[in-house]
Design a protein around this ligand. Sequence first.
Ligand code: UT7
Length: 332
Amino acid sequence: MSTIQAAITAIQGYLPDYVLTNKELETIVDTTDEWITSRTGIKQRHILKGENQGTSVIGINAINGLLEKTGTKAEEIDMIICATTTPDLAFPATANIIANKVGAINSFGYDLNAACSGFLYALTTASQFIETGKYKKVIVVGADKMSSIIDYEDRTTCIIFGDGGGAVLLEPSTNGLGIQDAILHSDGSGEPHLHMKAGGSRKPASHETIDAKEHYVYQEGSSVFKFAVTNMAEVAADIMTKNNLTAKDVAYLVPHQANKRIIDATAKRMGIGDEKVMLNIERYGNTTSGTIPLCLWDYESKLKKGDNLILAAFGGGFTWGAVYLKWAYDLQ
Ligand code: UT7
């Protein structure tokens, strides 16, 4: 009996219409397009506007596109995992809200929060369900409405984040293509450097927490930068060594898009050139769980069956990791 692996067989992204440019940010906080571009690589980001528009909107649009482009019926979906740090509600899970809206009546699902590494954690988790042979169509959504937890008076965070995400369809593969390996790490001692102070069970929302602006991302940027640069590069190099891959074996690095300088350091450590690095940070900023599916979506037409991809991320927690996969299809 041949081994069952989980392969990505389709990808679809979604970005809300509104584009917040560096130029517009110059009118909101004390910053410049020059500073943002040189320190992060970001030029603009998309923002989900409107009443009652949560992260599920991104997931619903991405899945509807995925079903349409693959000719899959919503009833055929076995499971949906939604990686997000900005769920619509504390409960029920955003995955359930999405499943209901897309008509995935035979699916079950749940949310997974690993901050910026969320998509890699969810992909690795979902792949286990496929590998057992029991589930045939599993969807992983990576989506965040970061604008819902960003203080647009804080120039150190509001310039980085954006809204958006994507969905991938995972199906069984028996030809050696699909997910080959994953290395995931977490270290809770990173909490002081990157977190949201209130709104959870430890410190529920109150007038005081709102007045103290504690429902926003708190980030000690330069500390997080140091951990991110080291750990994302390290784990990407580790997964190559573990799988006997050299730079020439790798078709693309698919990095979390937090800061172009972190991406460059990771590529350098792997020994690969810029032409092998997926990059769209200039257009979308950091969409947290959304960055990696948005990269795969943007580069889908360039990917060839059998390409070796290294996905790598670092984020709040701290969490970080890398996934090695062999791309499973050519776009028709
Ligand atoms: O994705 C999840 C994980 N998160 C990350 O990976 C983010 C990692 N961190 C970063 O990407 C960077 O640390 C930032 C982009 C957040 C900040 O860049 P930095 O080069 O580390 O800047 P810094 O925080 O060390 O600040 C340098 C200077 C400071 O001024 P002084 O104290 O030197 O006078 C800041 O006040 O830049 C100032 N500054 C700004 N100036 C103009 C900070 N933000 C801005 C801004 N515009 N938006």
